[in-house]
Structures are given as structure tokens and as C-alpha cells.
Design a protein around this ligand. Structure first.
Ligand code: CAA
Length: 379
């Protein structure tokens, strides 16, 4: 067992840290308030290779390992979780899904521009009536010979408006249950595809979350990923990796809040000394640092297993379950340590606290992670 990062991994971590400080920190409070997507910043993330980190260089990707991806996600998420969710979905759901299961034509046409960030991707599984119960897809993809006729509504879609390439999960044959579900690559601009309203959210307010409507959209057969009926397995398999991204996002939100609280505790004085000299604060910092370290190790273990091409579904669910709880607990404590200042926007921690909550909900709620983990335990 080796806990040392390689020079390459350290360089990726450093590059992400510098990018987050110089490009994402300025304006992050305003973007949160005005619900503004960090478009320019995401473009730069693409130029720097953060949007297709693990994609094979022959498809314009960075050819990096998942450990590097975790490190970069943590650094970006410390500062701006709205940017990092875009990064996570593009890397680990959309790029990975197409690279792993797509045809060569799909990779040439869709993966190449996604890997550079020239185009952004979205993953469309959730529906008004199908969140955790993902097999209950109401969106239909009727087989019409050489195309599918797509009808339905998707909800809470990250990158909903910014994306131009959408992986849409839909039911083709209801009688076959989850084995009758397909995943189709849908392009923005296809007739009958409308981007719906933007959600006004508690946290990650800069991220671009929309509902999507499909009315008689004709999607060519060659845009189906995998064999007929593979769509549900595609979604589950892709989410196994996606959860490493969200776990790392939660880790970053937690460590960002911790770093702010640690620095503040050394500056702020109460009862004649810095509050860091009071045991009440010291114990909070000790708990935060320990839990963050444990979350980090779970994220890195899941990433390592994925890089070793071993089964990582349970590990990624554990990482997400634990890291998202640590994000919630740590950010609440970071606000507490900041006292009244923590409750106002300028000190960042209230935003991180609001951002933390979604990590317990999307890409599988904490309850769903427990289902995934316990099924593995009881196999
Ligand atoms: N990996 C690979 N295959 C899997 C799998 C996994 N993790 N989980 C299930 N499968 C397979 C099963 O083996 C099964 O196949 P067979 O019938 O051939 O054996 C098939 O999928 C159906 O599985 P289940 O019978 O277990 O299905 P279920 O109805 O009991 O549901 C579930 C399982 C784990 C609860 C699943 O529905 C689930 O993960 N729900 C949560 C969905 C989710 O994460 N949504 C997030 C939305 S995406 C998002 O948030 C993106 C964003 O924008 C940020």
C-alpha cells in the first residue's frame, strides 16, 4: 500500500488549486447570488483539460487516472461547487459513458468535443416521477425502424441549458421493465427538444439545472448507446463512476469550509485570545480534519479500484455516502466557528453549507447509497 501521490498527480492537484484560486474565487459570491453559470471559467477548465481528464488522448482527453480526477475535483470544489458539478457530470457520466460503451463513430462525433469542453454534456435520467426509483421511466423512445421517437420530460438536469449533447434514458419496451430501457444521444437543436425552466435552488446556484421536454424528437438509431435494452445498465454502471466525482465534490466542499474555519479561528479573538486557543474550537477542528481525511481516503480508494479495473461500485457508494455527510457536518461547524460572520455571504461558509446539501441527494441519495452498499454486503 502506498499513500504517496506521484509527481504527476501532485502537479494536477497544484494546477487545479491555482486555477480555483485565480479564476473561480473572483465573483463566486455574486454568481451564487445571481444564479450565474460560470461560463467563461468552464471554458478555461476545458482548455486546461479538466473536462475530459480521464479520456484517452486519441479522443482529445487528458489520459489521466481517476486519482488525479479526485484531486482536481477536491480543489475546484473547495472554491466553486457550481463549476465542479459541471466538471463531474461532463467527465464521469458523459465522457466516461460514451468512451466505455459508445461506438467508434459516437466517440469521434461526440466524445472528442466533450473531452475538450468545446461541447458540454448532460446526463438525463431523473424525471418528475422517477428519481430514486430509476426503473420507472415515463419518457418513451418508440422504435420506428431507423430512428426512435422520443417523448417525455426530464427534471433537475445539470448543465441543462449549457449542454449541447444529452444522454437521455428512456423506455422503449415497457413489458421488458428495465431491460426495455435505452440510452440515446440527443443533440440540442433536434426538432421537438425544448429546454425548460431553470431551477431556483438552495445551493450550487451557479450551476445550470433545468427541466427538459421532448416531443416527438426523432433520434437516429445510431445514437443509441449499446445494444437494445442496455440503457438502464448503462445508467447504473455510469453512475458508479459518477459517484466518485460527487464524493470528491463533497470532500472539496468540506475541506474548503475547514480551511476557512481554521484560518478564521487563528484570527478571531474572544476572551483575550484567538478562538483557536479555546478547546471548544480545537475539538471541532480535530473532528473536522479527521472526518475529512477519512472521506478523502474513501474517495481515493474508490478511484484506485477503478484505475485498477476492479469492482468499485460499493467503494464509490461508500465514498459518496460518507463524504456527503462529512460535507454537511463540516460546513455546519464551519459556520458555527465563524459565528455571526459565518451567517453572512462574504465569508463563503454559508454558501458551502448550502452547496453541501445536494451531495446527499444527486447521483443517488444517501438512502440509495445504503441500498447499493447493503446489496453488495449481502450478495
Ligand atoms: N452497476 C451495474 N449494474 C447495476 C447496478 C450497478 N450499480 N445496480 C443495478 N444494476 C443492474 C442490476 O444488476 C440489474 O440487472 P439484471 O436484472 O440483469 O440483474 C438491473 O440493473 C436492475 O437492478 P435492480 O433490480 O437492482 O433495480 P432496482 O429497481 O432495484 O434499482 C437502484 C436499483 C440502485 C435503486 C437504482 O434504481 C438507483 O441507483 N437509483 C438511483 C438513481 C440515481 O442515482 N439517480 C441520480 C440521477 S443522475 C444525477 O443526479 C446527475 C446529475 O445531474 C448530477
Amino acid at each position: 500500500m502506498n499513500f504517496e501521490l506521484t509527481e504527476e498527480q501532485l502537479a494536477v492537484q497544484q494546477a487545479a488549486r491555482e486555477f480555483a484560486q485565480s479564476e473561480l474565487l473572483p465573483g463566486v459570491i455574486e454568481r451564487d447570488e445571481t444564479q450565474t453559470f460560470p461560463l467563461e471559467q468552464v471554458k478555461k477548465m476545458g482548455e486546461l483539460g479538466f473536462l475530459g481528464m480521464m479520456v484517452d488522448p486519441k479522443y482529445n482527453g487528458g489520459g489521466m487516472d481517476t486519482v488525479s480526477y479526485v484531486l482536481a475535483m477536491e480543489e475546484i470544489s473547495k472554491i466553486d461547487a457550481s463549476a465542479s458539478v459541471c466538471m463531474s457530470v461532463n467527465n464521469s457520466l458523459v465522457c466516461w459513458g460514451i468512451e466505455k460503451y459508445g461506438t467508434e463513430e459516437q466517440k469521434q462525433k461526440y466524445l472528442k468535443p466533450l473531452a475538450t469542453g468545446e461541447k458540454i454534456g448532460a446526463f438525463c435520467l431523473s424525471e418528475p416521477e422517477a428519481g430514486s426509483d430509476a426503473t420507472s421511466q415515463q419518457t418513451t423512445a418508440e422504435d420506428k425502424g431507423d430512428y426512435y421517437l422520443l417523448n417525455g420530460t426530464k427534471n433537475w438536469i445539470t448543465n441543462g441549458n449549457t449542454a449541447s449533447i444529452y444522454l437521455v434514458i428512456a423506455q422503449t419496451d415497457r413489458e421488458k421493465g428495465h431491460k426495455g430501457i435505452n440510452c440515446l444521444i440527443v443533440e440540442k437543436g433536434m426538432d421537438g427538444f425544448v429546454v425548460g425552466k431553470k431551477e431556483n435552488k438552495l445551493g450550487i446556484r451557479g450551476s445550470d439545472t433545468h427541466s427538459l421536454m421532448f416531443t416527438d424528437v426523432k433520434v437516429p438509431k445510431e445514437n443509441r448507446i449499446g445494444d437494445d435494452g442496455f440503457g438502464f445498465k448503462f445508467a447504473m454502471s455510469t453512475l458508479n463512476g459518477g459517484r466518485i466525482g460527487i464524493a470528491s465534490q463533497a470532500l472539496g466542499i468540506a475541506s474548503g469550509a475547514y480551511e476557512l474555519a481554521l484560518a478564521y479561528s487563528k484570527e478571531r479573538k474572544a476572551f483575550g485570545k484567538p478562538i483557536s486557543q479555546h478547546q471548544a474550537i480545537q475539538f471541532k477542528l480535530a473532528d473536522m480534519a479527521t472526518e475529512i481525511e477519512a472521506a478523502r481516503l474513501l474517495c481515493l480508494k474508490a478511484a484506485h479500484l477503478k484505475d485498477q479495473k476492479k469492482d468499485f461500485g460499493k467503494a464509490s457508494a461508500m465514498a459518496k455516502l460518507f463524504a456527503s455527510k462529512v460535507a454537511m457536518d463540516t460546513t455546519i461547524e464551519a459556520v458555527q466557528i465563524h459565528g455571526g460572520y459565518g451567517y453572512v455571504k462574504e465569508y463563503h461558509v454559508e454558501r458551502l453549507m448550502r452547496d453541501a446539501k445536494i451531495t446527499q441527494i444527486y447521483e443517488g441519495t444517501s438512502e440509495i447509497q445504503k441500498i447499493v452498499i447493503s446489496r453488495e454486503l449481502l450478495k
